[in-house]
Design a protein. Structure first.
Length: 152
């Protein structure tokens, strides 16, 4: 959908009052095509490090955890061929990827480990960066827009 054209956000300390940053931040994004997106990040939750991404769209939806192993909690595509392809692609993360996870603190999940592994492999010309620098810049801009809006 590209970069958001408008961002509205709020932040608060709902549980941890003596930390140097917020413990909860929520944002709403508006995109050029009229679509809306939301983001909520908190460490004030009663669920310990429970991260989830949910995408609900006109041509299907998916909800999954970002921990290890990755768990798809719902997937629906009106196109059954497309749904089967996505299910095959996702099955890798539930089986083969489990063999590749380097040891570290469990509560950090696996995303950072995969990013670091990918970055090191890219510097060694073993693989391409999974997230090119311009995409990382777009993510950073969206995060900075969230903070900017929450201060205004």
């Amino acid at each position: 959908m590209g970069q958001p054209t408008d961002v509205v956000a709020h932040q608060a300390n709902l549980k941890f009052y003596d930390i140097e940053t917020e413990d909860t931040i929520a944002g709403i994004f508006k995109f050029n095509n009229g679509a809306l997106g939301t983001i909520l990040s908190t460490n004030a939750s009663s669920k310990f490090w429970d991260s989830k991404i949910e995408i609900v769209a006109t041509k299907g939806n998916i909800s999954f955890t970002t921990g290890f192993p990755l768990k798809v909690t719902s997937l629906y595509m009106p196109d059954s061929v497309q749904q089967q392809k996505i299910e095959r692609d996702l099955s890798y993360y539930g089986s083969e990827a489990a063999k590749e996870v380097p040891p570290s603190q469990d509560y950090y999940g696996i995303s950072h480990k995969y990013q670091i592994k990918n970055f090191l492999n890219a510097t060694r010309n073993i693989e391409k960066l999974a997230v090119p620098p311009h995409e990382a810049q777009n993510t950073l801009k969206a995060v900075l827009d969230i903070y900017r809006s929450s201060r205004e």
